[in-house]
Write a protein that binds this ligand. Structure first.
Ligand code: BES
Ligand code: MN
Ligand code: MN
Length: 456
């Protein structure tokens, strides 16, 4: 397969142009105003699979945004790889913080800047281009199925239903996903764990209408003040979460495993510098890499209420809101944690306010072993193209469908991502390195080849 590098060299400009075309489509799944664009992105992905040589491509309808499917079955006796990814993206706001418009991709300093460049359009498209290479050069060594969804950024509820209803169609030997990061361009890694997620919105209601803060202030509970106090009480002086029962099921990682994890390179000074923070901030007794991998968290993602216009308006608002997420680790369960939060949050509300807790979506945490053929196939593929053996590392983010794949299809996933934590996914100026994009295209065909070898 020595000609993958030649193929990339000859086609890389086109690979980049095509990706830019996809990145121009604002497929924001969270915002219903963009539903047509989400569909347009699905059609674009389907077309690109057709052109690369996939069979049986289709747009599968769901109660929400559609799923793109395609396959190439060359021999039933060979392994089948199910490639999963998502073509939907996060909302781009705050728009004013972008150096260039989020859906008007630009190339700067070896990166493609656009919403979705790294998460996940760029990483999805690597698979389609690697497949194109394998098809055009007669190098596809086994069967492949593609399932690219449009609701990952909103929790993948409809994909869950689709998977449960299409077990035969999705029959495969392993699932390959590029939607995570490596440690650095000279330090490859494979993600062997994801955190779960419990996401909810809280609404605190005080008086039945906005009041004059002089006439009523001091006597009537201010829902914003109270919400802030309630949120503040959810963590203690050690940054430990105070919700009763929250840690009960947390899998305690052994000292040996922690020592092993600590061998992965991490530069605390560079980390602080890159984020322009005086210090990191986290649960007492754990390191920064541990805070983002083996420990659960609670974060306010947004908080609002009252007057936020120009100047000042003296008002005691009627309502206050916050969106809160909790990242979960094995063996916490998102439904249980949501319930524990709800019960606790309602119990700490003073009588001066009413509290409503509305769950959004969730996902379960998971761990992936390293001692099975598909992991070896990925590890050897990366070792070949990076010249270094990848480090197995747990990721801090969540991909809700991965735990469901295991439950419904009985399949483990390989999280062979090529992004960097500094790609600013979900942030202004999201970007994806051209190095990473092309490295992915180069590595994927080796995964396929190694998988066939490892499964013999
Ligand atoms: N690709 C990310 C998840 C990710 C990123 C995992 C980096 C590991 C490293 C995915 O698109 C994502 O953003 N997931 C959401 C969850 C979803 C339910 C909104 C997340 O983690 O916030
Ligand atoms: Mn993603
Ligand atoms: Mn994302």
């Amino acid at each position: 397969m020595s000609d993958i590098n030649t193929y990339i060299e000859e086609n890389k400009d086109r690979f980049i142009e095509e990706l830019i075309d996809l990145l121009k489509i604002p497929s924001i799944s969270a915002d219903s105003a963009y539903a047509k664009d989400v569909r347009r992105a699905a059609e674009w992905v389907k077309n690109s699979l057709d052109k690369a040589g996939a069979d049986a491509t289709e747009i599968c309808e769901t109660a929400g945004h559609p799923i793109v499917y395609g396959e190439k079955i060359i021999d039933d006796s060979l392994p089948t790889v199910l490639v999963y990814g998502h073509y939907d993206v996060q909302p781009p706001d705050p728009l004013e913080l972008w150096s260039s418009p989020p859906f008007d991709p630009v190339i700067k300093n070896g990166n493609i800047y656009a919403r979705g460049a790294a998460d996940d359009k760029g990483q999805v498209y690597m698979h389609i281009k690697a497949f194109e290479y394998m098809m055009k050069t007669d190098n596809l060594p086994c069967n492949v199925k593609f399932m690219i969804e449009g609701e990952e950024e909103v929790g993948s509820d409809n994909l869950g239903i689709f998977v449960a209803n299409n077990k035969e169609k999705l029959k495969a030997d392993t699932i390959l996903i590029s939607d995570t990061s490596i440690i650095a361009n000279d330090t490859p890694s494979i993600t062997v764990g994801l955190r779960g997620l419990s996401y909810l919105q809280v609404e605190v209601t005080g008086p039945n209408r906005d009041l004059h803060s002089g006439v009523y202030g001091g006597a009537v509970g201010n829902p914003i003040n109270i919400l802030c106090n309630m949120i503040a009480s959810l963590t203690d002086e050690n940054n430990h979460i105070t919700i009763p029962g929250f840690y009960d099921k947390v899998n305690i990682v052994s000292d040996e495993d922690r020592a092993e994890m600590a061998k992965a390179p991490f530069d605390h000074e560079a980390y602080k510098k890159e984020l322009n923070i005086g210090d990191t901030f986290g649960e007492k007794g754990y390191t920064t890499p541990e805070h983002t991998s083996i420990r659960p968290t609670l974060d306010v993602n947004g908080i609002w209420g009252g007057y936020i216009g120009e100047g000042a308006k003296t008002v005691l608002p009627s309502k206050a809101y916050a969106k809160i997420s909790m990242r979960l680790v094995p063996n916490q369960n998102s439904k249980e944690i949501t319930q524990l939060f709800k019960k606790h949050f309602e119990s700490i509300a003073p009588d001066a306010v009413k509290v409503e807790v509305k769950p959004h979506h969730g996902g379960e945490p998971l761990l992936i072993p390293t001692n099975f053929p598909a992991y070896q196939a990925a590890s050897k593929a990366m070792e070949k193209t990076f010249g270094k053996k990848p480090i197995p590392q747990r990721g801090g983010g969540s991909i809700p469908i991965v735990a469901l794949f295991e439950e419904e299809l009985g399949l483990k996933s390989i999280l062979m991502g090529f992004g960097l934590n500094t790609d600013d996914i979900h942030s202004p100026d999201e970007h994806y390195g051209i190095f990473n994009y092309l490295k992915g295209i180069e590595t994927i065909p080796y995964f396929f080849q190694n998988l066939v070898e490892e499964s013999k």
